[in-house]
Design a protein around this ligand. Structure first.
Ligand code: GLC
Ligand code: CA
Length: 573
């Protein structure tokens, strides 16, 4: 069957992290009826796609990214009837629902893994990835993303199993055709219900190079250690498993078996993905997915090779070089996703803007910069309000497994100073993005009647949806305008991209051009006035304003200067 995709490229997506979005029954945990009750917020914004983080049954070692049953709803979130009502509510508003497909791994409490670990002869054993001990210990020095070894010993079989994340998230063995069929069937299950696509969790990690060689679970083939970047036994090892030799074959098979049969869209989360790999994955003829989430621009404020917690001040030319390489590299060859943040990243305005005095203006500047690029913008819940990071000083306030494990390792095992480790958590911790959505200035920000599962950001009396919807100058209304522009300006969807002033340390300037329509985008990533180097920019003396974060009536008063965090978009004559 042919793929019958409705045109989605002029639409903007919105990510919901259900645990923190809206609680309908006072248990302090966001849920599906809570989402259904808030759909008008999304409708008012104008988004056409929702990416919903996992809502499946899960023991919540990693807030739903550890799935126990792919066909049922997490009890805390509601029932299948609640899901159907939420989906119907989205469909009525013309919003496409994209589910989160987490199939690099399952929960260790999934029925498959319980079977698999019971005996080597169990028919489910080969659903997962096993290795005998090497010299009496873990087969390699690989470190899991949530600290500790990527291998955990299983008494019953005398083997280690692989988990690139927590030990409660064993990696599936995609070389096993039965595993692939199981995944395709569960995808059909959700698509038949009417969901409109998938965001695929760490999907480029499914093909493990050594399994392809047929050395299933055996110790005779010694796996390579990860290159040493720090002292000690364990080493980060994502590179060892991303974009493996059979990855594209698996993806094309999935496309043929499943995706091609529905009106659905797909975005693959792809840590470590290179531009060339993204071209291969999203090539409209020979690729398999519509777009990927790449991470290059998320690494610009950490020290190369040392991981996300090793902080480094942002040097704007690095960010520009990265984003513009992806803009030009995928133009006409694939499709970009655009994002500043999600449930794994800190809040954009705290990271790249100014969360204090210029919060509103810098949040609008960041939105303008991103939404004027080519690709599908993803807004993370609360970004449209300019929500900010939190700063708690007691590690016990944090719930995130990655943050807690990192703290335990760094402070308790390695003896690093509490202060330094907290500084990294304040800048990069995932709970920054996971504090409850701020709906109003009333108790618990209108998120819940009970006690929220994670503390609120205490700025909710100023920063909340009720305020933002009522204030025509809010971040919310700016996002609404940007979303509307994308629907009416084909140059935003199809135009090419050219970076200007690549070395400038405060200005992010670029053009978009489609036939005879050209836009000039000027963004000030600093709290200082910036004089515009007019000779290095196209002549915009006769241009008309399209959108900005200061009244366009004032632009002419300072034609060659941008104010703090100002953004302007001109339509060139
Ligand atoms: C992805 C998710 C993240 C999760 C991890 C393991 O990176 O976005 O939240 O912890 O995969 O599933
Ligand atoms: Ca609830």
């Amino acid at each position: 069957m042919l793929s019958r995709k409705k045109d989605w490229r002029q639409q903007v997506a919105y990510q919901i992290y259900p645990r923190s979005f809206a609680d309908s029954n006072g248990d302090g945990i966001g849920d599906l009826p809570g989402i259904t009750a808030k759909l008008d917020h999304l409708d008012a914004l104008g988004v056409g796609i929702v990416w919903l983080s996992p809502v499946y049954d899960s023991p919540n070692d990693d807030n739903g990214y550890d799935i126990r049953d792919y066909r049922s709803i997490m009890q805390e979130f509601g029932s299948m009837a609640d899901f159907d009502a939420m989906l119907a509510g989205m469909q009525q508003r013309g919003i496409r629902l994209m589910m989160d497909l987490v199939v690099n791994h399952t929960s260790d409490e999934h029925a498959w893994f319980k079977q698999a670990r019971s005996a080597k002869t169990n028919p489910y054993h080969d659903y997962y990835i096993w290795h005998d001990p090497v010299d009496g210990r873990e087969p390699t020095n690989w470190e899991a993303a949530f600290s500790g070894s990527a291998w955990t010993f299983n008494e019953a079989t005398g083997e280690y199993y692989l988990h690139m994340f927590s030990k409660k998230q064993p990696d599936l063995n995609w070389e096993n055709p039965k595993v692939r069929q199981e995944v395709y069937e569960l995808m059909h299950f959700w698509l038949k219900k009417g969901v409109g696509g998938f965001r695929m969790d760490v999907i480029n990690m499914i093909s493990k190079p050594w399994l392809e060689a047929g050395t299933f679970s055996k110790s005779e083939a010694r796996l390579p250690n990860a290159p040493k970047v720090q002292d000690g036994f364990l080493q980060p090892a994502f590179e060892m498993v991303t974009h493996g030799p059979r990855f594209m074959a698996f993806m094309r098979e999935m496309k043929q078996e499943v995706l091609d049969h529905y009106d659905c869209i797909s975005v693959g989360e792809a840590p470590c993905a290179t531009l060339e790999q993204a071209q291969e994955i999203t090539n409209p003829e020979t690729g398999a997915l519509d777009m990927v989430f790449q991470f290059e621009h998320m690494d610009v404020d950490s020290q190369a090779g040392k991981g996300k917690w090793a902080l480094k001040a942002l040097h704007l030319p690095d960010l520009k070089a990265s984003l513009s390489r992806w803009q030009t590299g995928l133009h006409g060859k694939g499709w970009n996703s655009l994002y500043w943040c999600n449930h794994d990243q800190p809040r954009a305005v705290s990271r790249f803007g100014d969360a204090g005095l210029h919060r509103v203006r810098s949040a609008k500047m960041l939105a303008t910069c991103l939404h004027m690029m080519q690709g599908t913008p993803f807004i993370y819940q609360g970004e449209e309000l300019g929500m900010t990071n939190v700063k708690w000083f007691n590690i016990k306030a944090y719930q995130d497994i990655e943050t807690r494990n990192m703290y335990a390792q760094a402070v308790l095992q390695q003896g690093r100073p509490h202060q330094d480790v907290m500084a990294s958590i304040h800048a990069k911790g995932r709970d920054n993005a996971r504090t409850p959505m701020q709906w109003s200035a009333s108790q618990h920000a209108g998120f819940t009647q009970g006690t929220p599962w994670l503390a609120l950001n205490d700025n909710f009396s100023q920063v909340n949806a009720a305020q933002a919807r009522a204030d025509a100058d809010s971040v919310f209304h700016h996002y609404r305008q940007l979303i509307a522009l994308r629907k009416n300006w084909p140059v935003l969807v199809d135009g090419d991209f050219e970076l200007l002033l690549p070395k400038h340390t405060a200005l992010f300037a670029f053009t978009r051009r489609l036939h005879d329509v050209q836009l000039l985008v000027l963004c000030n990533f600093s709290a200082q006035f910036q004089g515009l180097p007019l000779k290095q920019l196209p002549d915009f003396s006769a241009a008309t304003p399209l959108i900005g974060n200061l009244p366009s009536s004032e632009w002419a008063m300072a034609p060659d200067t941008l104010a703090a965090w100002e953004a302007r978009v001109y339509v060139l004559a």
